[in-house]
Write a protein that binds this ligand. Structure first.
Ligand SMILES: O=P(O)(O)OC[C@H]1O[C@H](OP(=O)(O)OP(=O)(O)O)[C@H](O)[C@@H]1O
Ligand SMILES: O=c1cc[nH]c(=O)[nH]1
Ligand SMILES: [Mg+2]
Length: 216
């Protein structure tokens, strides 16, 4: 049976609410940033339910012994925010994954060619092959940025089957590239939009996520 990219759009009213806020061109920077943080929180909550490794044991309550399930601290967990815009999603993701290591990746698209270039890479030389990796990247547009990020991770021993991406707006060109190259990937996004305009912006999208997050 062929493996196929799984794209989840969680039908959660909080995710829909905060998506509406970030889409609105009238939303000021401070509210935009906190809405992105909320999206990071709820998308992470959804994305990690069958991904975060746990261990079965028992505990003694005041009355009796009973089964208990805990997060397995032996399995490494990493969060990779794609700067700049992925930083606001990280704010929401990090409190849910307090044991995770955070490895920043700064990637920017050239505004004319749309080619990505990496200006900051804090990834370790090698990952433990068991590492669970959560990428926070709000915009999956042409796919250039996320494909560049995946190349850096795979080079360092990450198993794509253990990678989850949280995104706010995803567009077909990025999803097609990811599906072709990494069919075992799992993506959680607030919405899938129709496509891109001639400047590589997602339509209807939410504009430039980095500029709107940081007021630039
Ligand atoms: O799928 P792609 O076509 O590569 O586009 C997606 C990327 O574009 C934006 O980054 P940008 O280059 O604007 O950098 P910024 O986050 O610093 O604003 C966005 O935050 C994504 O990282
Ligand atoms: O619509 C888009 C596409 C790429 N990056 C953004 O910030 N917005
Ligand atoms: Mg930008």
């Amino acid at each position: 049976m062929a493996i196929q990219l799984r794209i989840h759009v969680p039908p959660h009213p909080l995710i829909k609410h905060w998506l509406g806020v970030v889409r609105d061109a009238q939303t000021p920077t401070t509210l935009f940033r906190s809405a992105m943080t909320e999206l990071g929180r709820w998308l992470t909550y959804e994305a990690i339910r069958d991904w975060l490794p746990s261990i079965e044991t028992t505990v003694q309550t005041p009355l009796a012994e009973c089964p208990a399930t805990f997060i397995n601290p032996q399995v490494p967990v990493a969060v990779v925010p794609i700067l700049r815009a992925g930083l606001a999603l990280l704010e929401g993701a990090q409190p849910l994954l307090p044991l995770a290591s955070i490895y920043h990746l700064g990637i920017v698209r050239n505004e004319e060619t749309l080619e990505p270039s990496c200006y900051l890479n804090k990834l370790p030389e090698q990952f433990d092959p068991e590492t669970r990796v959560l990428i926070t990247e709000p915009m999956l547009a042409t796919g250039g940025t996320i494909m560049a990020a995946m190349t850096e991770l795979i080079k360092r021993g990450v198993n794509p089957a253990f990678v989850r991406i949280i995104s706010v707006v995803a567009a077909p060109p990025a999803l097609q590239q990811l599906g072709t190259h990494y069919p075992s990937l799992v993506i959680y996004t607030a919405i899938i939009d129709e496509g891109l305009n001639s400047k590589g912006f997602i339509v209807p999208g939410l504009g430039d996520a980095g500029d709107r997050t940081f007021g630039t």
